[in-house]
Design a protein around this ligand. Sequence first.
Ligand SMILES: C[S@@+](CC[C@H](N)C(=O)[O-])C[C@H]1O[C@@H](n2cnc3c(N)ncnc32)[C@H](O)[C@@H]1O
Ligand code: SF4
Length: 247
Amino acid sequence: MGSTPPLSLYVHTPWCVRKCPYCDFNSHEPTGGELPETDYLDALVRDLEFDLALADGRELVSIFIGGGTPSLLSPAFYRRLLREVNARLPFAADIEITLEANPGTTEQARFDGYREAGINRLSIGTQSFQSAQLAALGRIHSADEAIRAVSQARTAGFDNLNIDLMHGLPGQTPELALADIDQALALGPEHLSWYQLTLEPNTAFHSRPPALPEEEALWDIQEQGHERLTRAGLSRYEISAYASASS
Ligand SMILES: C[S@@+](CC[C@H](N)C(=O)[O-])C[C@H]1O[C@@H](n2cnc3c(N)ncnc32)[C@H](O)[C@@H]1O
Ligand code: SF4
């Protein structure tokens, strides 16, 4: 029998301000009022208790809080969440705790609170820095808000950041895709996720597909984008994931 792999925890938060037309993740617009933070946290803890035996005495090396839009939930929610998890599972001394944050849902005090709660890495969902592409994707934020979110994250003390970018977007030329990469690189992220847009079943884009770049343009975007990312010192370790040596 082989040895057990390192233990990681994924925590999902299912709410978003608005559903993006390309997204097939488990994410929903709230039905109104405050998000039910206490009920949701109690449910997460019960869920963890069900699976606890599978941990088999291992310590947690990483926690990823994804969504949905985790940055809609308060620092107090994450303080209690991490306390509850840590009461049941030991944390490795160098545990990495990531939270996905959407531009347009963040502010300095919130990032400060996340850092104080014990989160030590943010993944900022930027997608593009061009207003035409952000509008086509139904995003709720501008490019400036995305840039500001990165700067607020640094001010809060996050020294480990990911930026999510997408490419192959409606109306996108290779030049625009490369401009997005250049802008992302200028922000100095330790990690960059660079996903080609896919039309997923059960999304608005699947039922009403937008005009996407032709095959040849997609190929140029792939080739030139990959070259630019690696030249900037990021190395690809998965199909869409690029990391700097420090991350
Ligand atoms: C869990 S999702 C969403 C994170 C966050 N809610 C946001 O939108 O910024 C993580 C990433 O997957 C990518 N993604 C989502 N749907 C996609 C699609 N249909 N095609 C390609 N990438 C997609 C986006 O880059 C997104 O930031
Ligand atoms: S904000 Fe993220 S998770 Fe929410 S609908 Fe848009 S892509 Fe999906």
